[in-house]
Design a protein around this ligand. Structure first.
Ligand code: PMP
Length: 421
């Protein structure tokens, strides 16, 4: 039996329509920006395997560090115990973050990093004896697939079967020059009920690579601070270089109260989630009263192997080569964007750092389920490129090790698709 036949018998894949989905591509090996299927066909991973990979696949340095950790300590309960990799990672990560971030809470993926952040805010106010239960989020947001993360995400086809079960959230538009004053008044009016404001800084990934200016977000965050509304920067996607700085937050002067990380944290090697917070928030949980404890812990919290992968990825991330690669990708994207931005088949072309998005014109409503999406996906797969459009939004989000030749191959195939599809 082939790998695909075996797969189809036993696996329920995410994001597939069960009856009509194309069979999955059986990938057996990775190297740099390339993935290889069982017949040896190479695919350029132009979406960094769901945005997680930053240094390339099966990176030898990360592999060595992970192997070393596996021989030392594979896992230990993280309640009442600790280990060197978790401590070192927390120290080194905090040193890269805005100065107000003081404590690291580990979990095991992006959604759980968000759940922890939301719980920190809700329980802060509960511990303070002034419960606040409302949250503020952005329209079209995506913060994960677990219930809390879904609740603060925009309502969509993905949340529809669960909408009745999702807690109350105030959604606002992306801040811009026209609406910033009214958004600020809205926050002032709601402030006594608001536990927090959660946002994806600068780029709303799953919402369709929607991009917005740092300037107005910064102003909104300053206002939240003035009104004592906690802010949560969900950097699960934007963290670790994607927007051209280490973190999207680095484009602003306002420092969030809480930050969430996953994806690129381990270079895309293992699942790990991190929620960081200020000393002020942490202090609200420090008490002799057990009821003030944040009762949240996953079995694999701060898994040592995942922490070792994150430390190795951080070593690579801080190398000058990585910064140069990020700058190189941005320059290449800039040039390609200028070349295609007025193409008649494109409604919009937008770029933030290493993320380049092309919104295609469609007859139907902009939709995740547009037919164009499947056509584009199939076309690029056949050409040996993994580009997985969000509806009619095609985007390139490569690992930083991608070569210029690979980038130019992708650009040329996009130009070809613009002619023939
Ligand atoms: N937040 C953001 C901004 C994301 O883009 C994602 C995943 N795409 C998540 C949270 C959820 O992360 P995970 O898939 O690891 O649960």
């Amino acid at each position: 039996m082939s790998l695909i036949e075996r797969d189809l018998q036993v696996i329920w894949h995410p994001y597939t329509q069960m009856q009509t989905a194309r069979p999955p591509v059986p990938i057996v090996r990775g190297e740099g920006a390339l993935l290889f299927d069982e017949d040896g066909k190479a695919y350029i991973d132009a979406v960094s395997s769901w945005w997680v990979n930053i240094h390339g696949h099966a990176h030898p340095y990360i592999a060595r560090k992970v192997a070393e950790q596996l021989q030392q300590l594979e896992h230990v309960i993280f309640a009442g115990f600790t280990h060197p990799a978790a401590i070192e990672l927390a120290e080194r990560l905090l040193a890269l973050l805005p100065g107000n971030q003081a404590k690291v809470f580990y979990s095991d993926n992006g959604s759980t990093a968000v759940e922890v952040a939301l719980k920190m805010c809700l329980q802060y106010w509960s511990n303070a004896g002034q419960p606040r239960t409302k949250m503020l989020a952005l329209n079209n947001a995506y913060h994960g697939d677990t219930f809390g993360a879904m609740a603060v995400s925009g309502r969509s086809a993905f949340t529809a079967p669960f909408n009745a079960m999702l807690f109350e959230v105030e959604f606002i538009d992306l801040p811009d020059a026209d609406n910033i004053s009214s958004l600020k008044s809205q926050i002032t009016n709601l402030k006594h009920d608001l536990a927090c404001f959660i946002y994806e800084p600068l780029v709303q990934g799953s919402g369709g690579m929607l991009m917005y200016k740092a300037q107005y977000l910064d102003e909104l965050l300053q206002h939240c601070r003035a009104e004592q509304v906690f802010t949560i920067a969900d950097e699960v996607f934007t963290g670790f270089g994607r927007t051209g700085k280490r973190f999207a937050t680095d484009w602003m002067s306002a420092q969030p109260d809480i930050m969430c990380f996953s994806k690129g944290l381990t270079g895309g090697t293992m699942a790990l989630g991190v929620t960081t917070c200020t000393q002020h928030i942490y202090d609200a949980f420090l008490s002799d009263d057990r009821h003030k404890t944040l009762f949240h812990g996953h079995s694999f919290t701060a898994n040592p192997v995942a922490c070792a992968a994150a430390l190795a990825s951080m070593d690579l991330f801080l190398e000058p080569d990585t910064t140069q690669n990020i700058e190189r990708i941005i320059r290449q994207h800039d040039q390609f964007r200028l070349k295609i931005q007025h193409h008649p088949k494109l409604k919009a072309v937008r770029q933030t750092g290493t993320i380049l998005a092309m919104e295609w014109k469609t007859d139907s409503q902009t939709s995740y389920f547009s037919n164009l999406r499947d056509k584009l996906y199939e076309y690029f797969l056949a050409e040996g490129i993994i580009l997985r459009p969000l509806g009619n939004v095609l985007y390139i989000l490569p690992p930083y090790c991608i070569t210029d030749a690979q980038l130019h191959y992708i650009y040329s195939k996009i130009e070809q698709a613009l002619e023939i599809l």
